[in-house]
Every structure is written in C-alpha cells, then in structure tokens.
Design a protein around this ligand. Sequence first.
Ligand code: HEC
Ligand code: HEC
Length: 369
Amino acid sequence: MNRRVSSKIAWRVALAVGAAVAVSPVLADDFGPVPQMEVDAKKAALGKRLFFDPRLSGDAAISCATCHIPEKGFGDGLALSKAYPGSDGFRNTPTLINSAQKAAWFHDGRIGTNLNDVTRESITETYSMNMDMRLMQERIKQDPAYVVMFEEAGFGEPSNGSVRNAIPEYLKTLTSRGAAFDTGVMTDAAQRGFELFTGKAGCAQCHSGPRFTDDMPHNTGVPDNPDIWSNPMRHLTFVAFGNFMGVENYMNLRRDVGAHVRTHKADGSDIGKFMTPTLRELTYTAPYMHNGTIETLEDVIAFYNQGGGDDPNKDPRIKPLDLSRDERANLLAFLMSLSGDPLTGPEHVWQEKINVNYPVIDDWLEKRN
Ligand code: HEC
Ligand code: HEC
C-alpha cells in the first residue's frame, strides 16, 4: 500500500508541474488520471456523426447513442438495455468512457481483439442494430455530407471498413477528465475511502490502474436478474445468444453464464464470471453490475460488506468486510470522487441535425462504386 500511496503522490506532483503522466506497465496497479489518447481529429469527427446517426441500424430508427447516452455517461440508465425491435436486452449497457483503453470488451469479455470488431458486432448483431454492412455502405454513400467527410478524413469513398475505423477513433475521445481524485481536491472522507479501498476493503485487488479495473473476469456472486427469464422477449434473445455462442444446454439455462461463453471450461468454474468494470464515472451510470440488479452505490457497498452474493464459484477474495457505517460512507465518498466532467459538449456530441433530405442520385444503379 505504501508504494501505491507514494506513487500517487508522485503523479500529483507531476500534474502540479504540468508534466506528462507516463503510464508504466510495471506499475499496472498504480492509480492516476486516465491518459488522454492520441486521436486523428477528422476521423474522430466522422466517427462522431456516425455514432449519432440512426441510419446505421437496419430500420434506421436507432443509433449507437440510443443506448449509449452522453448524459448518462454513455450508458442508458436502465437495468437491462433496449434492443432491436423483435428482441430485448439481457445485459446492462456499459459506459463507453475509457472503453478504448480496455483489453477485452462486453461484460463477458467475449471480444478480446479490438474496437473495430466491437463496432462491427454492435452494428450487425440482430438484437443490437441488425444492420447488413453492405446496405449501410450504400446508405452512407448516398449522403453527400458523408462523401465529403470520408474523403477529408483520408478514407476515400465511404466503405464499411472505414466506418469500423472512424467510430473507434471517436470512442478514443471519450476519456475521463476532471475527477476530484485526479485534480487533488478530494475530501478527507474520500481520501480515507481510498485508503480502505487499497487496504482493509481489498477492492484494489481487482479494481486497479487508472481505470480501476484489471480487465479480467471474476465471480462476485451478483444475483441474476429474473426479468431475463420472466420476460419472453428478453429470454428469447438470451436463448439465441446462448445458441450462437455454443453454450451447452442453453434452452434450459436460468442464469447468465458470463465469461463461460468465451472460455468454455468443462468443469464450469468460469460460469458467472464477469469482467471487472471501470469505477470511473459511476455517478452517471446507475444501475450497476452486468445486469443492473444493484441500484445505488450504497447498495453496491452493502453487497461487498456482506461478502458478495451466493455462488459456489465465488472468488475467495470476496468475503465479509465488517465495515462500520463511517467506513462505508468514506468508501462511497471515494467512489464519487472518481466521476469527472460530463462529456456532453460539442467535442463529444454531434450537435447538428443530420439532414436526410438530400437529393436522390438518379442513376444510382448505373453508377460505378
Ligand atoms: C440496443 C442498445 C445498444 C446499441 C444500439 C448499441 N449498444 Fe453498445 N452495448 C450495449 C450493451 C447492452 C452492451 C453490453 C453487451 C454485453 O455485455 O453482452 C454494449 C457494449 C458495447 C461496448 C463494449 C463496452 C465495454 O465496456 O465492454 C462498446 C465499445 C459498444 N457497445 C459500442 C457501441 C457502438 C459503437 C454502437 C453503435 C455502432 C453501439 N454500441 C450500439 C447496448 C447497445
Ligand atoms: C474479486 C475481484 C473484485 C473485488 C475484490 C472487488 N470487485 Fe467490484 N467488481 C468486480 C466485478 C467482476 C464486478 C462486475 C460484476 C458483475 O457485473 O456481475 C464488479 C463491480 C463493481 C461495481 C459496479 C460497477 C458498475 O459499473 O456496474 C462497483 C461500484 C464495484 N465493483 C466496487 C467495488 C468495491 C467498492 C470493492 C471493495 C469493497 C470491490 N468492488 C471489490 C470485481 C471485484
């Protein structure tokens, strides 16, 4: 703990003298501001328009921002997400802030390659935006504003490959900033909460580094959300997902197996493991956990204080903490100090109305592309 605290002082000093904060892989458990990423401004601007454009979905009715809402920390405030008509969500919509710096995506970590693949998945998945990439490309090519923007961004003609590059470039701009924890204006209560977090409460064993996550799946025993099994539309969507992911006995499952869809352990010891989420921007992103079953941060702390949930595969580090009322309040103050400026201004949100009343291209069928 001493090393953590002293290195934290070191980056505070670095901040004070205006030096760049270097993230050293040796100090993976170090804490500090999330490093801002280098971004190609033109590609990111294009990605921003695409992110807010409903024409990327099959029925041209939902955009990425329908579920990833800027005012809600790029989550949606629902326990379980919405989905494309004819299906319904079975997971909580995660924040996209700092998501470009993750090692694996989705609550089960099933995509471990890059954001280009996550973008493809989000656009084409039937229960997400249900879009055929070829149709998307045709739609975009007909919009004169996009033709100019793709050209100016150095992509040439609009193509599905460049959409999958432009949106991740925009996601890189969604980086936390201005949290009290980073600017050195933490209250005494929050400071004491940080000490509990790295000490007695043991939270930093999993929530480490600038984003407060080890990017690994663990079982904390979060209870299942019964709505997935009682709501036919959600259940249907989950069954289709389980089938597609090759989960055994998917018709009879009454729980979300989590990381098991990726690791398929024969002994089932990976069932119920979910990726450690970031603890940044939590004040915007309630309710919590992969299925939104915990409504407030007070309840999250109570959950950990009682030793997590009930699960035979629960991680041994999750055990009763015996935190006093004051300690719980301090821990809460600390968690709140990790939320920064809302990313809701023009830098992060496409402001102009997206004009879809451009003239139709007469000889479209003859036109070479
Ligand atoms: C219908 C709601 C919905 C729409 C539309 C949607 N998402 Fe998501 N998004 C989700 C949900 C729910 C998850 C978590 C899914 C899971 O864990 O299985 C998610 C996960 C993600 C993640 C992974 C975040 C993480 O921390 O692992 C990224 C990145 C992402 N979405 C980007 C996008 C982009 C880009 C678009 C538009 C092309 C988009 N999403 C459209 C609901 C949506
Ligand atoms: C063994 C690893 C581990 C430890 C220790 C741990 N967590 Fe977590 N934490 C997780 C995982 C995994 C999840 C996601 C569980 C899920 O979605 O079902 C999570 C979720 C959370 C969330 C919800 C975030 C969100 O956006 O949904 C909060 C808040 C949180 N933890 C705070 C804490 C605090 C405070 C402590 C210490 C008292 C702590 N954690 C200890 C692994 C851990």
